[in-house]
Each structure stands twice: as structure tokens, then as C-alpha cells.
Ligand binder design. Structure first.
Ligand SMILES: Nc1ncnc2c1ncn2[C@@H]1O[C@H](COP(=O)(O)OP(=O)(O)OP(=O)(O)O)[C@@H](O)[C@H]1O
Ligand SMILES: [Mg+2]
Length: 234
């Protein structure tokens, strides 16, 4: 569903991504780990068609996001670290708005409320202004958008940072539920423990390169941490 082959991105002299190979299939969670500046956000931005590759290819459901960003984004939902929605609109109105601009469809209030509650938000929250929501609640509106537009793939850029342990745990359960519905999930995170818990595979990046990919079943938490630290030191 998500595929990069020898994907390279330069910003002027700076090599942000260096021949990255990555595949994430439907029903799979892949966690991208790596130091600050490793190229995780750049990878996600290339999938969204926000940047064009310097060389190599990126495909979203077979679509080249640089050539046809609308077609690629129709298949995707994206949850950045800070989900920026309209603070004066209610949670449900935000959901309605963002689903409509992404696929042009109108949903009944009951349908929207169904997606809203499936994303772990309460019907009481639906009528509250988004400006009153916590970070974790705003992230869940992003999940509701993914559910409503039936996104084939979900891209998340450090969605767990700043969530309290209960909110992070709930959020991970939502991701697992989406995975079980067949969504391909690419998650950039610094949280090794949760990456190992929810990801089928993890990829460790440094300075634009994918240094290692591992099946999480092969590794304990401690082993993953050791592999990560060894790669950062090497
Ligand atoms: N628009 C841009 N213009 C110039 N350089 C950029 C741009 N976007 C990213 N870079 C550079 O590309 C490299 C990779 O950055 P990126 O944001 O992808 O890293 P990251 O892995 O997401 O890091 P972090 O963990 O800090 O979020 C960095 O050296 C960064 O300075
Ligand atoms: Mg980043």
C-alpha cells in the first residue's frame, strides 16, 4: 500500500533521505524510529506529495503522490503531531468539514456520530468546541476522519508525544483496531516501547538512511533499545 524504492530527497546541499526502501502492506503497522533529523517527517511528506523526490520512487496504493497528490491523498489520512483543526467549530463539525473537503461526500449526523464514537470520543464531546479539546482528543478526531473517509493508509508523525500514558494506550488501541480493518499504518515515533508493542515491524533511521528493519516478534524491549542505541553510536 505504501512503498518507497531508493527514495532520495535533497534540500539544496542537505541530503534528507538517502535511497530509502520501505513497504507497508494493508493491515500492517510499521513504526519509523530514528534520531532527530533522520528523515521520518520527510518520508511522510513525500507520501503526501508535499515534496517531490530528488530520485527514486514513492507510491501510495500504486499512485505517485508527486504526480497526482489528490489521488494519493484520497487514499490517505494524516495525523501530524499537532492536529490543527478549527477551534471555534465543534468536534463533530470539524469531522464533517474535514471529511467533506477530502472526499466531497456528505454524511448524515448519525453516521458522523458513529465515526466520532468509534474513534473513542463521547457523544457529549461532539458538541463541544474543538478549542476546548485536549491534545489526545484532537488526535482522535483525526482517527474519526480516517474512519469516515475509509482511508486505505494512515500516516502519523509522532502522534504519541505529549499524550499521558492512558491516552497513549487508548490511541494505540485505536490504531490496532484500524490495522485490523486492513489499514496500512506508518507511524513515526520516538517511543521504542510502544513501537515494539503495536508495530509488526520497526525501521531505524539515521541521517536519511534506513539502517535496520526488524520484525518486532524477534525482539524484546531491551533488545530493541540495544539495537537502536548501537546503531546510533555506530
Ligand atoms: N523543507 C526543508 N528544507 C530544508 N531542509 C529540510 C526540510 N525539511 C527537512 N529538512 C532537513 O531534512 C532532514 C530530515 O528532517 P526530518 O524533519 O525529516 O527529520 P525527522 O526524522 O522527522 O526528525 P525529528 O525526529 O526531529 O522530527 C533534516 O536535516 C532537516 O533539517
Ligand atoms: Mg519529524
Amino acid at each position: 500500500m505504501l512503498e518507497c524504492q531508493q527514495l532520495t530527497k535533497r534540500f539544496g546541499e542537505r541530503l534528507a533521505l538517502d535511497a530509502l526502501d520501505l513497504r507497508v502492506g494493508g493491515g500492517e503497522i510499521f513504526c519509523l524510529l530514528g534520531a532527530n533529523g533522520a528523515g521520518k517527517t520527510t518520508t511522510i511528506n513525500l507520501m503526501l506529495g508535499f515534496h517531490t523526490p530528488t530520485s527514486g520512487t514513492v507510491r501510495v496504493g500504486g499512485v505517485d503522490p508527486a504526480a497526482d497528490p489528490h489521488a494519493a491523498r484520497a487514499l490517505l489520512a494524516y495525523i501530524p503531531e499537532q492536529v490543527n483543526l478549527y477551534p471555534l467549530l465543534t468536534g463533530l463539525e470539524n469531522l464533517e468539514y474535514f471529511v467533506q473537503i477530502s472526499n466531497g461526500r456528505r454524511y448524515s449526523r448519525d453516521d458522523l456520530m458513529g465515526y466520532f464514537t468509534q474513534a473513542g470520543l463521547s457523544s457529549a464531546d461532539a458538541g463541544r468546541r474543538l478549542g476546548e479539546y485536549s491534545k489526545g482528543m484532537r488526535q482522535k478526531v483525526g482517527i474519526a476522519v480516517a474512519l469516515a473517509k475509509q482511508a486505505k493508509a494512515l500516516l502519523l508523525d509522532e502522534p504519541l508525544s505529549g499524550l499521558d500514558p492512558k491516552a497513549a494506550n487508548e490511541f494505540c488501541s485505536l490504531l490496532i483496531a484500524l490495522k485490523e480493518r486492513g489499514t496500512a499504518i506508518l507511524l513515526a515515533t520516538h517511543d521504542l516501547m510502544r513501537a515494539r508493542d503495536i508495530g509488526a515491524r520497526v525501521g531505524i533511521m539515521r541521517a536519511g538512511r534506513m539502517l535496520a528493519q526488524r520484525d518486532t516478534t524477534e525482539l524484546t524491549h531491551n533488545e530493541l533499545e540495544q539495537v537502536y542505541l548501537d546503531l546510533m553510536r555506530a
